[in-house]
Ligand binder design. Sequence first.
Ligand code: SF4
Length: 338
Amino acid sequence: MINFDYIRAGSVAEAVRRIAADPTAKIIAGGTNLVDLMKQDVERPSRLVDISRLPLNTVEETAAGGVLIGALVLNSDLAYHPLIEKNFPLLSSALLAGASPQLRNMASVGGNLLQRTRCYYFYDTATPCNKRAPGSGCPAIDGLNRIHAILGASESCVATHPSDMCVALAALEALVHVTGPAGERAIPFADFHRLPGDAPERDTNLRADEIVTAIELPPEGFAANYTYLKIRDRLSYAFALVSVAVGLSLDGDIIKGARLALGGVAHKPWRDTAAEAVLRGRTPSRAVFEEAADLVLRGARGLAHNSFKIDLARRAIVRALTQAANGEPQSQSCKRIN
Ligand code: SF4
């Protein structure tokens, strides 16, 4: 690890001022990903700007009936917050599917958004990696790629985004509130994370001098018909091979509204509005769910070791839609899949 300066910001304005003045400075809150990256020499910030004491740790109802979640709310506090458990159980469930209790007790919501891929080569500084060292190459494409992307990848990078929480936020159409030198702005969740294209070093559309201050959820939480289904190599403390977040609103036996997002398959949470449109106005059935799954996966491409994810994703989408339609969400304590 290199030597670095450390300062604690006294306000959002000071934090913005500090990172705007020094492009090599990094914001730190829980540090559950950044400290690992620094130990591995992947991140080499000249200065850490600690924002963990800023007053961004509240969960409040909005006038519209949604909720505003401060960027420093801890993952565990958010998962068990009464408002979230009651109105946005999809988000609670996705949070509890992620990491371990110890990590959830440290990790902030804003940090969860900004965590970096777990591609093995990204962490191994002895290998090239376009995300870590732009232009150096992507050894994952012809190397070990079992955990890599089947959707939205590029010739520059086939990494996946590791978050569970973000898959639920994509399905719930969250807004990300950020502050920079030019003031505040809100980024629709679908536009926050990026596909790799020819610039995989950029994970998000957050500017280098902006910080995340809050996440806003609109009122529709799909609390009656939802699920977060995560398929992984072991039952806890593992990243998703494939995960599926579903929210349905039903009118009798007709699907009025549908949200469907996947994790573990792309450089960003993968939401497919065309598949959602196919579900609307239909009666839940295996055939309808398979039609939606085929639509989501129409552009899927496997590499040498990850083609299994295409069929796995298809079956997980059908299973998740069935769970949500039946009002039987996946339990995150008893992980048996029904
Ligand atoms: Fe780097 Fe992306 Fe290739 Fe992994 S998949 S080695 S992160 S460029």
